[in-house]
Design a protein around this ligand. Structure first.
Ligand code: FCB
Length: 454
């Protein structure tokens, strides 16, 4: 029987600059915090980095043809800030030209460009990174410069990808660039990221009234392992910093009261200025949803921090695995979590605001085995995608206004601190950098062309 998505539903895939481009020091590109972080011994599995990555910087034309061959109508990519702006704030024309060519190629191929301004590769030259309020102002300058060049051809703009990762994972847990382990700094980073988002939405809206503007958040729903008050509370605290820390200010103009209370001891003084929350809650057109898994937590025996954690309000959180299949990341496969998430977002935030939902990332790293010709018969990835698409469809039938689904990722790439070992691609990229569509790419191409999922 299967299911059918409405006409006009967006089907495509996503990538990010540092994970695929390579050319890390070419044509005037300066260092990002990820270039620097990858040089820290032990930061990345096998000491790998994005210096070459998929060499997309040189192979973009063929990659765009591949997207079109695979039936995709939308392509979500990110711009590397230190590729297009120099440390002194001037435009690097060669860097801008690269994205301009990419956009032209996409449009010629009939693929809608979906541009993300920030997917974690902050210029290393900015003092204090996101802990510095001035970085939010610099971000608006950067966004404006990119928009000046591409705004005549790109209609869909996402300010930030997953600010939870670029704050709590990066400044508290220390596992992402710049690798700090300071909870107060991570709160400052999160607020300044949200401020950068809000100010940029205002600037781009003024420049292009018809643009579709939004932000992409990662959602890992947190469920309690039991109905004991301790488990319920630990799940609430994880959910508070992971999810509501971002959705509440964006959609209601206030940080959640319980999160403010949980974090009172580490919340930096004078962080939130008059007018900040009004800027952060500037209306958006689209909320991008990245969903991979749902987690269950129990309260550990001791609330003392066991080491750096992104769950700064819940150092006592202990994840409990259920009897579910795991991906190669060790993430539980739970498609129904996506249906519930979309329903919650629609009811609580996006429905009342009239904001559309798009799945901007969903996919799975799997232990791909290639045959002698490099082909991968990834039935496990197809099963993952199929079940999550069914969950999206079910959420829509229940009323959620979902307009598109972008698979993560177009191709195998640099999976941050995990290096190249974790493969999320629909297309295999081998050591010779050849692109070989997996069985999942063929399957997804059929979905993208017909809107039908078996
Ligand atoms: C998301 C990131 C993306 C990729 C996937 C697996 O958190 O946005 O770059 O790493 O996870």
């Amino acid at each position: 029987m299967g299911i059918d998505f409405p006409r006009g539903f967006g089907f495509g895939s996503a990538t990010s600059a540092y994970q695929i481009e390579g050319a890390a020091a070419e044509d005037g590109k300066e260092d990002s915090i990820w270039d620097v972080f990858c040089r820290v011994p032990g930061a990345i599995v096998n000491g790998e980095d994005g210096t070459l990555a998929c060499d997309h910087y040189h192979r973009h034309a063929a990659d765009v043809r591949l997207l079109a061959d695979l039936g995709m109508n939308t392509y979500r990519f990110s711009v590397s800030w230190p590729r297009v702006l120099r440390g002194d704030g001037s435009v690097n024309p060669a860097g801008m030209d690269f994205y301009s060519r990419l956009v032209d190629e996409l449009l010629t191929a009939g693929v809608t460009p979906w541009l993300t301004l920030y997917h974690w590769d902050l210029p290393a030259s900015l003092p204090g990174g996101w802990t510095n309020r001035d970085t939010a102002a610099r971000f608006v300058d950067y966004a404006t410069a990119v928009h000046d060049r591409l705004g005549d051809r790109v209609d869909t703009w996402t300010t930030l990808n997953e600010p939870w990762c670029s704050s709590f994972l990066s400044y508290a847990a220390g596992v992402h660039a710049p690798g700090w382990t300071d909870p107060a700094a991570s709160i400052a980073a999160a607020h300044h990221l949200l401020l950068a988002h809000g100010w940029t939405v205002q600037a781009l809206r003024a420049a292009q009234r018809s643009a579709s503007l939004g932000i992409t958040l990662n959602f890992t729903p947190a469920l309690p392992a039991s109905d004991s008050p301790a488990d319920v509370d630990v799940a609430r605290r994880v959910d508070g910093t992971a999810n509501r820390f971002f959705t509440d200010p964006i959609f209601t103009g206030a940080y959640p009261a319980d999160v403010r209370e949980d974090l009172a001891a580490v919340w930096p003084e004078d962080l939130v200025h008059d007018g900040d929350l009004a800027a952060i809650s500037t209306p958006i057109d689209v909320l991008g949803v990245n969903y991979y898994t749902t987690n269950v937590f129990t309260a550990g025996p001791d609330a003392a921090p066991s080491g750096p954690t992104p769950h700064i309000a819940a150092p006592d959180a202990v994840q409990v695995l259920r009897d579910l299949p795991l991906t190669d990341m060790g993430w539980e496969v739970e498609p129904d979590g996506l249906r519930r998430l979309l329903g919650w977002l629609h009811t609580t935030y996006t429905g009342p605001a009239g904001t559309a939902l798009v799945i901007t990332e969903n996919g799975a790293a799997m232990p791909d085995e290639a045959d002698a010709d490099g082909h991968v018969d990834d039935a496990d990835r197809i099963d993952y995608l199929r079940r999550h698409l069914h969950a999206v469809h079910a959420a829509m039938a229940e009323g959620a206004d979902v307009r598109g689904y972008l698979a993560w990722s177009l191709m195998d790439n640099f999976e941050w601190s995990f290096g190249y070992g974790k493969r999320f691609g629909l297309v295999r990229v081998d050591s010779s950098l050849q692109r070989i569509p997996k069985a999942s790419a063929r399957w997804f191409a059929h979905v993208a062309r017909t809107g039908h999922v078996d």
